[in-house]
Design a protein around this ligand. Structure first.
Ligand SMILES: Cc1cc2nc3c(=O)[nH]c(=O)nc-3n(C[C@H](O)[C@H](O)[C@H](O)COP(=O)(O)OP(=O)(O)OC[C@H]3O[C@@H](n4cnc5c(N)ncnc54)[C@H](O)[C@@H]3O)c2cc1C
Length: 318
């Protein structure tokens, strides 16, 4: 039976991205989980509901969020449970951990996976999204980072079926996890009240066509509970922070719905969003390339279309 080790992002409760990894792992065989600190009861209950056999934690509390201690913990856990696959949610930190694990475990590493089958064949997109490839580790362990929203979650969120017994707790002494660097300060971004584009179910993204006014996008995003994203042109113009950039040199997102507003749909932008389940494009140029990948296209001025859409949605909801 395949044993899959899932690396969780937090210690107290499951994030959506964690649940997706657990659902993916559950379809492959037995599941173990790595928790980067002392796990809370809510988290342990949720892991039990997912049928997790064991939870691997550090013997002490890691003193920061650098990737070296998490790599050491995950390596120890992977060896202890003889993992066939290690799954992480595709974030910059997880990609760093995956690369280090690849060396330590002599594993095959595949990043930005959107599907994984029972033979551990991973599907991913390459060359700015122009090609879909299927790859498999040549022997040994597969280490894969999985894009958020790549996995459908069962409804309601916890998996169906009888909850299994409590997962066994395995503590690992980390002998070589001492980081060569230390985090000396953190400046959190001011809260926006919106989800991050990487994890949101709905992303409303704006480009040069906004002319720098993201007001109509924010109005629509508020109705949809959406994150705000942007093209590189909008970021380069200084209209929005780089954390919102989606594309080849920004975030890759796979939301349920991506509303592209005033974005032409260049290859480098598509690379970050074309695995969205549904793409709606608003652009005043009917020849804009974004319409080639849009499920629904609206030819019009976003300053007119978006407020109308927001007002209509508000009416439907009230
Ligand atoms: C190595 C490299 C990496 C890159 N990485 C990225 C990346 O990560 N992400 C990214 O996005 N780009 C990236 N780019 C840039 C990319 O090639 C495009 O230049 C960029 O995506 C264009 O942004 P845009 O669509 O907002 O602007 P434009 O291409 O200028 O398009 C603006 C669009 O808005 C429409 N429009 C104008 N006014 C309105 C209005 N009032 N209402 C509705 N529509 C309107 C226009 O018809 C047009 O289609 C990269 C480029 C390179 C070379």
């Amino acid at each position: 039976m395949t044993t899959t080790l899932v690396v969780l992002g937090g210690t107290q409760r499951l994030r959506r991205a964690d649940r997706e990894l657990l659902v993916l792992a559950g379809g492959l065989g037995g599941t173990h989980a790595v928790v980067p600190g002392a796990p809370g009861q809510e988290l342990l209950d949720a892991l039990a509901a997912h049928g997790t056999a064991a939870v691997h934690v550090p013997a002490g509390e890691p003193d920061d969020r650098l990737t070296t201690p998490l790599t050491a913990l995950t390596e120890a856990a992977a060896r202890a449970c003889a993992a066939d696959a290690v799954l992480l949610s595709a974030t910059p930190e997880a990609t760093d951990v995956a690369a280090r694990l690849g060396v330590r475990l002599e594993a095959g590493v595949v990043t930005d996976v959107v599907a994984l089958d029972a033979q551990l064949t991973a599907t991913k997109q390459v060359l700015a999204g122009g090609w879909t490839t299927r790859c498999r580790a040549r022997g040994g362990v597969l280490v894969a980072t999985v894009r958020p929203h790549a996995v459908e979650l069962p409804d309601p969120a916890p998996p169906a079926g009888e909850p299994a017994g409590r997962p066994a707790l395995r503590r690992h002494e980390l002998t070589d996890g001492a980081p060569a660097a230390r985090i000396v300060g953190r400046d959190p971004l001011p809260p926006t009240g919106r989800p991050s584009p990487a994890e949101a179910r709905v992303v409303v993204a704006g480009g040069r066509g906004t002319g720098g006014d993201f007001g109509p996008l924010e109005e629509l995003a508020d109705v949809l509970g959406a994150a705000i994203g942007a093209s590189r042109a909008a970021v380069d113009a200084g209209w929005i922070g780089p954390e919102a950039q989606i594309g080849q040199t920004g975030l890759t997102v796979s939301p349920q719905l991506y509303v592209s507003c005033g974005i032409s749909g260049a290859l480098q932008q598509r690379a970050g969003m074309q695995t969205a389940k549904v793409v709606v494009a608003v652009n005043k140029d009917p020849q804009a390339p974004v319409f080639e990948i849009a499920d629904l296209g609206v030819v019009g001025d976003l300053r007119t279309v978006l407020p109308q859409a927001a007002a209509h949605l508000r009416r439907l909801r009230s």
